[in-house]
Design a protein around this ligand. Structure first.
Ligand SMILES: [Zn+2]
Length: 312
């Protein structure tokens, strides 16, 4: 990843590779210090340079181990890993000589997390990283004396390498986000609630009749909530003709939507509802409004008060 890079799909952050150039000097489950653990040692483009690395997701510092420049981080929310799993990420970074992480500090995705280094007996400048795909913070020694998390995954199953130059990937199956498509959140059959020309909609809710247009025989009313016009603009006839709604297809009700007996609308007192189905004739994205034809009259109302019932 690059400095400042973020990646969010369907409301979930993709867990990105924290390095811009990734040269793995020691892979997972290899000899000595990585035996039995899913850790990578990573240096940058040139050996010996303390390159920065970045927050793979928005994460919080849970623990620090200053002697080894080591920090335990956890994602603030669940994230998406490169194997498609969505879960919390708990991960360790080590050997940052200039470590300035403090417990409780939250680092947004893409902001600098630390620098590669040598603190804590490291051979050559690098960042040691291991990732648990869970919120489990247990940090225990295995039979070979190496510390690790539960639910650790190999790093190619953890991070996406968008904008990472994989200089030495040790043969891993490194994936970019486009290789792991996101299934959109299921929506009710035939209604995605994204209005467009042709959408079939109903009014959602109960609306106040703020004013009746004069003369009463015009059978039109103004509704500030549905149109965004002010009472004064209605009163002074400063609104457009499409801001007046025809009374006829609306039924009078109380504020809870129960029908009233007299069905006589009065400005400033009555509430109305409308259970008819209308077809969206046009959309104005800027004002988030939809044009409907109500009883032969074109009106514009805010889309948020319409409920899509079908796409066709
Ligand atoms: Zn290591």
């Amino acid at each position: 990843m690059l400095k400042g890079q973020i990646s969010v799909r369907d409301g979930i952050e993709d867990f990105l590779c924290p390095f811009t150039d990734m040269y793995i000097t020691q892979g997972s489950n290899s000899a000595y210090s990585h035996k039995g653990i899913m850790a990578n040692d990573v240096r940058g483009k040139e050996p010996g340079v303390r390159y920065p690395y970045y927050a793979p997701c928005t994460c919080k510092c849970l623990k620090t181990y200053p002697q080894s420049g080591q920090v335990m981080w956890q994602s603030v929310n669940k994230v998406r890993f490169s194997n498609g799993r969505v879960d919390y990420a708990t991960f360790m970074t080590c050997h940052d000589d200039t470590m300035d992480a403090k417990i409780g500090m939250v680092v947004p995705q893409g902001n600098q997390l630390g620098n590669m280094g040598t603190k804590g007996n490291a051979t050559g400048v690098h960042c040691h990283i291991e990732v648990s795909q869970s919120a489990d913070t247990s940090w225990t020694k295995n039979q070979y004396g190496n510390y690790h998390f539960n639910n650790e995954y190999d790093l190619d199953d953890c991070y996406f390498v968008d904008n990472t130059n994989v200089l030495n990937g040790m043969g891993g199956n490194w994936r970019t986000t486009d290789k792991v498509p996101v299934n959109p959140t299921p929506t009710p059959a035939g209604a995605d609630q994204v209005l467009y020309k042709g959408s079939k909609v109903k009014f959602n809710g109960v609306f106040k009749v703020d004013i009746l247009k004069s003369p009463i025989s015009s059978n039109l009313f103004g509704c500030c909530q549905l149109t965004g016009c002010s009472y004064n603009d209605y009163y002074n006839e400063k609104v457009k003709s499409y801001h007046w709604l025809p009374c006829q297809p609306f039924t009078e009700c109380d504020v809870n939507g129960n029908l009233t007996k007299d069905q006589m609308l009065s400005g400033g007192n009555s509430y109305v509802k409308n259970d008819n189905i209308y077809t969206v004739e046009d959309i104005d994205v800027k004002s988030n409004s939809a044009k409907l034809n109500i009883s032969g009259r074109s009106v514009w109302v805010f889309s948020k008060y319409l409920y899509e019932i079908s796409n066709n």
